[in-house]
Design a protein around this ligand. Structure first.
Ligand SMILES: NC(=O)c1ccc[n+]([C@@H]2O[C@H](COP(=O)([O-])OP(=O)(O)OC[C@H]3O[C@@H](n4cnc5c(N)ncnc54)[C@H](O)[C@@H]3O)[C@@H](O)[C@H]2O)c1
Length: 325
């Protein structure tokens, strides 16, 4: 399977968010002909696309769950390739479990239907390691059972299953990339939807105490976001139809280690950390098998500590800007 992004018209759905905006930046230096982003700005921001729009990317502020909005964007932009990064943050599933679930299969099926109608040629869909729930075995390969513990994760799994069934039924050119936890600049730091790294840095910068839920032994496998964007572009050419492939750097850290590391860099004593009760449905352990992705090439990942320092620097500037406005 060889696909080529060069000269193509590329649409990134959910591209004003964290990973999608880095993907947009990467695509723009990868020879694509024209790039557009479709995002309803649920969590995405125009500022994330400042570089991309300067380089000519177009932003459609539209909802991809709405078929007429999607059709209008397709009619105007006429994409060859679609990347689907649209989702509503995991933590949102605790406040609106139904909407958090439904966004994922709705957007995926809308895009799969347009693919079936030959409105574009290729769909690259973003899954999540959350579809696995807590590891039954480690490292977790792509055949690990799907045991979603949140409606967010169940929606992500439903979207993956929809894609694979459409490919089996109609031989569509669609495939799944499945990142593990990402971190880096542009990740949302505002509660209640923020993840552990940006939330902890934000709290410290605001003079608040960092928090650990549960005993802190929960582990995640972390990848710096620009590495993910680079790998998505690289894998685009090669992943077979209907297949799912991890994107992970096998840098596993516990919540306790993350808080210690951030506190150390930012000069906050660990005694200040507040212990909170464990959250129901928090995944206990994630450690990705990278065997399958290594069949597509070898990669030099950004080290966790270097990535963390870059993230902290970015958040300092971002929060300083937020306070001014
Ligand atoms: N961040 C991570 O650690 C991580 C890990 C594994 C997988 N992923 C996956 O990567 C993808 C991108 O995640 P992210 O971290 O960048 O999240 P994000 O929330 O920053 O980006 C998602 C974007 O989708 C947009 N969106 C939501 N609903 C939409 C709709 N109906 N129509 C159009 N746009 C909509 C949001 O406004 C946001 O900009 C998602 O599929 C996510 O499941 C992320």
């Amino acid at each position: 399977m060889i696909r080529d992004l060069r000269g193509k018209r590329v649409l990134v759905v959910g591209g004003a968010g964290f990973i999608g905006s880095h993907l947009a930046d990467r695509l723009l230096v990868s020879g694509v002909n024209d790039l557009a982003v479709m995002d309803n700005l649920f969590l995405g921001k125009r500022e994330n696309l400042a570089d991309a729009t300067r380089r000519g990317a177009k932003l459609f502020v539209r909802d991809a769950e709405d078929l007429s909005a999607l059709d209008a964007v397709f009619a105007e932009f006429r994409p060859d390739v679609v990347f689907n990064c649209a989702t509503k943050a995991l933590n949102y599933s605790f406040t609106d479990p139904a909407d958090a679930f439904l966004t994922n299969p709705k957007v995926a099926v809308n895009l799969l239907e347009r693919l079936r109608e030959n409105r574009y040629a290729t769909l690259c869909h973003f899954s999540s390691s959350e579809v696995y729930g807590s590891a039954v075995y480690q490292p977790m390969d792509e055949d690990h059972p799907l045991h979603p513990t949140t409606t967010y994760a169940a929606g992500k799994a439903a979207a993956d299953l929809a894609l694979q069934s459409y490919v089996r039924m109609f031989d569509l050119d669609a495939f799944i990339l499945r990142p593990f936890n990402n971190f880096g600049p542009r990740q949302n730091s505002k509660p209640p939807l923020a993840g552990i790294i940006p939330l902890t840095v934000r709290k410290i910068l605001r003079g608040e105490a960092p928090e650990i839920h549960g005993d802190g032994t929960q582990t995640r496998d972390f990848t710096f976001v620009t590495d993910t964007a680079a790998l998505v572009v690289e894998f685009f050419a090669k992943v077979p139809r209907g297949d799912a492939v991890h994107i992970a750097s096998a840098q596993v850290r516990s919540v306790q280690e993350i808080i210690e590391k951030i506190s150390g860099i930012m000069g906050v004593p660990m005694e200040r950390v507040v212990r909170k009760p464990a959250r129901p449905s928090d995944v206990a352990a994630h450690f990705a098998s990278t065997k399958k992705m290594e069949t597509f090439g070898s990669f030099a990942f950004t080290g966790f500590d270097d990535g963390l320092r870059a993230t902290i620097e970015w958040l300092k500037a971002d929060l300083a800007g937020e306070e001014k406005t």
